[in-house]
Design a protein around this ligand. Structure first.
Ligand SMILES: Cc1ncc(COP(=O)(O)O)c(C=O)c1O
Length: 365
């Protein structure tokens, strides 16, 4: 069986985590600070703030930017459900915008039509590890004085015009879940260029505590979204070899491009000027192929596969609350959800594994 995803945890990563466990300093200590420093260096961000997962970092961003009841936040209709859940959890309203047909990212051309006087922010996603048209999103946000929170959960190692994902908006949010390029099980990091905002994110992740004149003061009703120090050590050790990981994934993606010949399979489109991080290799099925049948065939032949992402407004909770007709209103997101298939792509696989998967894909009927 080739699973859909499998983190590359090496002996040195485990040793780094065990060392911290033996130290007795378990939560948000020097290893978290070291991870944040390294994350900032790698992405080019002025400030990095680690937290317990990539949903928590989105929640922190919304709270720190003061987004709450009465506000609307624009989100792409296609993403992992956390992107829309966090807007609901903040008491705000998600306004869904369809994605582009082939990049699966929010369509900037559709953002302005969805603006209302209550719109406070745009929460674009760099879906599957490909940067959305973030420069256009930033320009729209500037014109309408909106905040931008980039959901870069899948985008460590993704660039637009040489600039790292998550460094364009007010806050960029990353996940360290096992399907991501580096992982400590649960974990997240958010980035910002604004020092005051970084301070606020730090206060909110730790029960609202600040240190004023050397004394602890509870200045807000914060969360407990701290990351443990042994998780930080586990993932920091992987971050040190991130270039190697990204190169390997890029080379494996090339094998898919060279080997997949089936006319009913649409390969991912990577526009000029963007570097994909290849968190997911996502195929779109042509009319002749049935998604359930394809998933079943792949799994029966030992290849882990799944939907790529969800059309969020079509999920039971959002459908019940907002009643959108997703197939009509968000046709590209709906198509990607109902006709998309994610296949394995991670650094532990060999070119031979990818060739084997491609040959199974080529024989789909
Ligand atoms: C686009 C997107 N946003 C948010 C998340 C949430 O991240 P986490 O699982 O670390 O909470 C994920 C996780 O897969 C994701 O893919």
């Amino acid at each position: 069986m080739i699973p859909l995803a499998s983190p590359d945890i090496r002996d040195e990563d485990i040793a780094a985590a065990v060392k911290v466990m033996r130290s007795g300093m378990l939560v948000q200590g020097p290893e978290v600070a070291r991870l944040e420093a390294e994350f900032g260096l790698f992405t080019g961000a002025a400030h990095a703030v680690a937290a317990s997962n990539g949903t928590a970092t989105l929640q922190l961003a919304l709270r720190a930017l003061g987004i709450g009841p009465g506000d609307e936040v624009m989100v792409p209709a296609l993403s992992y459900i956390a992107t829309a859940n966090v807007v609901e959890l903040a008491g705000a309203t998600p306004v869904f915008v369809d994605v582009q047909e082939r990049t699966f990212n929010i369509d900037p051309a559709k953002i302005e039509a969805a603006l209302t006087p209550r719109t406070r922010a745009i929460l674009p996603v760099h879906e599957f590890g490909l940067c959305c048209d973030i420069r256009e999103v930033m320009e729209i946000a500037r014109r309408h004085q909106l905040k931008v929170i980039e959901d870069a959960a899948c985008a460590l190692g993704a660039y637009d015009g040489g600039q790292h994902a998550g460094t364009f908006g007010d806050v960029g949010s990353f996940s360290l879940h096992p399907r991501k390029a580096i992982s400590c099980g649960e974990g997240g990091v958010c980035l910002t260029k604004d020092g005051a905002l970084a301070a606020r994110l730090r206060i909110l992740r730790n029960h609202g505590v600040d240190v004023i004149d050397g004394l602890m003061e509870f200045v807000d009703a914060g969360f407990n979204f701290r990351l443990t120090d042994f998780q930080a050590a586990l993932v920091h050790s992987q971050l040190l070899r991130i270039q190697e990981t990204l190169q390997k994934k890029k080379a494996l993606a090339e094998v898919y491009y060279n080997e997949i010949k089936h006319e009913g399979l649409l390969l991912p489109l990577v526009p000029e000027g963007k570097d994909h991080s290849w968190q997911t290799f996502h195929l779109l099925l042509g009319e002749g192929l049935d998604q359930q049948k394809v998933l079943h065939t792949l799994r029966a032949q030992g290849v882990g596969s799944n939907y790529g992402a969800q059309c969020m407004p079509a999920q039971r909770y959002f459908l019940g609350k907002y009643g959108h007709d997703s197939a009509q209103q968000f046709p590209h997101a709906y198509r990607a959800w109902t006709r998309g298939v994610a296949v394995p792509l991670y650094e532990k696989l060999s070119a031979g594994d990818i060739r084997k998967i491609a040959s199974i894909l080529n024989s789909l009927a």
